[in-house]
Ligand binder design. Structure first.
Ligand SMILES: [Fe+2]
Length: 294
């Protein structure tokens, strides 16, 4: 298993927030400068009691008043509280991305050196990768689309699926594997069957935030894996690099967009207390290790 670092609670909080707030977004889906967000369902040190509240944004997000309805609280204190809560949400988002980045770094650091592998070992990595990716990526992204409830996150997933289908990434993947003489055999497919099935069953639970987070992680890892994968293929005598060229570039944006989707979904549909948001990330990490281990 990949070691995922424990991250300390954000400053001012005695626990991780269970919900997230709402940022005002422009029509491009970017956060408006100066907009604030609320974190709710969290333990706050200063008040030492459980705070549960919701912002008073209008449904269409056009309200300019991010101050939530409070009683017996001065406007000065309320404004300060909003600033503190905004900071808490930013820290939460940054911590999630930091944790995912650390997991990707760990996986990349564990990769074998292509030049030190035998030809059969190199073929096996490419074949297991193709066995997982060709038939599952669009399926997993579709399952994530079905799991996500917020209308704001749906276009992000649709754009990703649109690109996958329009440019036929499965065909691109197959061309890459065949050119490297690494088209998956039944042995290759069965070598990843157990961990692949675990990932399929997880996505079948249709949990929005954990599913989105796992896809954001996967896109991030794929982008980092493209250079080593291209090296493996080149050492196998291939010059067919469209798959690695395309995914070494576009998956940076895909990952960033999916992270935006994670936070949009968290805002609208906060995860229940006790939910492990990283369960899909951990399952994918295990599957990735299964692919790259010789
Ligand atoms: Fe793709």
């Amino acid at each position: 298993m990949v070691h995922i670092p424990v991250i300390e609670n954000p400053p001012g909080f005695t626990s991780w927030p269970f919900g997230a707030g709402r940022f005002k977004m422009n029509r491009h889906g970017q956060r408006c400068p100066g907009s604030v967000a609320l974190v709710f369902f969290c333990f706050r040190r200063r008040q030492n009691h459980f705070v549960a509240g919701k912002s008073r944004y209008a449904k269409d997000g056009t309200s300019d008043s991010p101050i939530r309805k409070v009683t017996n609280m001065s406007s000065t204190f309320a404004a300060a509280q909003v600033q503190e809560e905004s900071l808490g949400t930013s820290i939460l988002e940054a911590s999630i991305q930091q944790k995912v980045a650390a997991t990707i770094d760990d996986l990349i650091a564990q990769l074998p050196v292509p030049e030190q592998l035998t030809s059969e070992q190199r073929r096996g990595i490419i074949a297991r990768y193709a066995a997982v990716l060709e038939g599952n990526f669009i399926y997993w992204m579709t399952a994530t689309f079905l799991a996500v409830k917020s209308q704001e996150a749906h276009p992000i997933l649709l754009e990703n699926l649109y690109e996958e289908c329009r440019d036929s990434h499965p065909a691109m993947m197959r061309r890459f594997a065949i050119a490297a003489h690494a088209f998956p055999t039944d042995t290759d497919a069965l070598a990843v069957d157990k961990n692949l099935t675990a990932m399929r069953l997880f996505l079948g639970k249709l949990e929005g935030v954990p599913s989105l987070l796992s896809m954001a992680f996967f896109e991030g890892w794929i982008q980092r894996f493209m250079a080593p994968l291209a090296k493996l293929a080149a050492l196998q005598g291939s010059t067919e690099m469209e798959y690695t060229d395309v995914h070494g570039v576009c998956d940076v944006r895909h990952s960033q967009e999916l992270f935006r989707g994670v936070f949009l979904e968290m805002e609208r549909y906060p995860v229940a207390e006790g939910t492990d948001m990283f369960v899909g990330v951990n399952l994918l990490s295990t599957l990735i290790q299964n692919i790259v281990q010789c």
